[in-house]
Design a binder for this molecule. Sequence first.
Ligand code: GDG
Length: 499
Amino acid sequence: MSSDLVIVYHRQPYEEVEVDGKIEYRENKSPNGIVPTLKSFFGRVDKGAWVAWKEAVDPERPDFERIIEIDDPHGKYTVSRLPLTKEQVSSFYHVSSKEAFWPILHGFKERYSYDPVDWPTFREVNWAFAEAAAAEAAPGAVVWVHDYNLWLVPGYLRTLRPDVKISFFHHTPFPSADIFNVLPWRKEILESLLACDVVGFHIPRYVNNFVSAARSLLEVEPVKREKVKPEMNAQTSALSEQSVVTELEYEGRSIRLQASPVGVDTGYIQDLARSAETEAKVQEIRAEKGDAKLMLSVGRTDYTKGGIEQLESYERLLETHPELRGKVRLMHVSVAANANMTAYFEIQEQLEAIAGRINGRYGSFEWQPIALISRPVPFRDLVAYYRAADVAWITPLADGMNLVCKEYVTARTDGDGVLVLSEFAGAAVELAAAVPTNPFSHKSMDSAIHFALEMPEEERRGRMKANRMMVEKQDIRYWAEDQMQAFANALARMDVAVG
Ligand code: GDG
């Protein structure tokens, strides 16, 4: 019970490496993703803790150290590793979270699978996370819980530790009541989230959707509403909102709602983009592509990321614009995080089939229209491709934020390049100068990519400048400040209530 900040996130924050038969814990080298950002918060407090899980053969007698001390450049913190069985991991993570919650959160009711969900196991695992967080938190500490697979943690934690401040951040979209209420456990989930002091989402739309779901089932009163800031309300976006609820009251408690878009580490990415090594790699890629235009798409293999719809659009482009054959090239990086799950395996197979068809139909000895890359690319190489690509084509059907488009814009230290971005990525509300596209419309997809390929240099540079200013302003430090401010407000409110 000694940490001022406890981060509860299902993944462990380091790499485990065996050196001379001994386990060493090393900082995860991958700079992308959210983990390094979360760890950076430990530099702001006296003592931090992280709660994650690790698979154990027998949870009663775990075959690893439960609590370990980490000392990495972000500071010193402890990691509490919950021993879960293989069956618990599969049930709570692969089944409940990925087969039931993930499709609902992204609006795919038809993909939602109810039968395999084992709710008692979901509760049991969430309870274990809450107990571990309660054991780590100092009196009055902030406990920061991440993402939907830990939805029940706030409610349990509130009963175990009424003294702590609880903040919850959603990395995915949050759907409106019409979709959220498909989940039979909806009321229990909402009641748990309303046990928080702060509930955070990327953009105002998800906040307002959360309010709609809460109001549909519980006596919740929105008590404060604010006008959405212009930098979070690109008029072209399908996800725009004019105002956002910032405070709710439920059972005599006040809950602060926050729309705070996660940004990227612009300093780190720009240094990488400007390095001599990257410059050499960029020249290599450019020499290889010749005068063909390079289009780049990067994302996890997931039906929400719209890979199939994009490849189909590319096929139509080559069909209807024969003059582009030999003059364009698509590099489609689609890496599976859960390759053993049927839904993702099927997407991968479809991507391979369409890519094969395109190459077979239009390719020649001299020109291959598409490269489908299914193995992770080192981040350094990814940055070189960001720098070399004429167009980044990012077309998710639904995406909480989407960091790839922000990384692309950040890496364009040369000020050139075009971003084509789905209106259904959270980032679209910030990146008003991107070429917007609607991945549910063939017409919109096809005309947007054609428009991007034809765009004159002056317009490309103008749009890129505006997008770069936005990404630099709302970078990862901006998000961190926003979170710290929300914690501070929660602490201040509690002091007033106690006083
Ligand atoms: C969730 C939400 C939200 C991808 N391929 C490679 C690679 N990546 C890296 C990218 C980027 C990250 O993975 C993907 O981040 P996204 O934000 O695009 O998407 P999700 O993984 O779905 O993340 C999302 C995010 O949480 C944060 O809140 O934005 O909406 O779904 O950083 O660079 N990295 C490397 N090789 C690859 O092949 N090294």
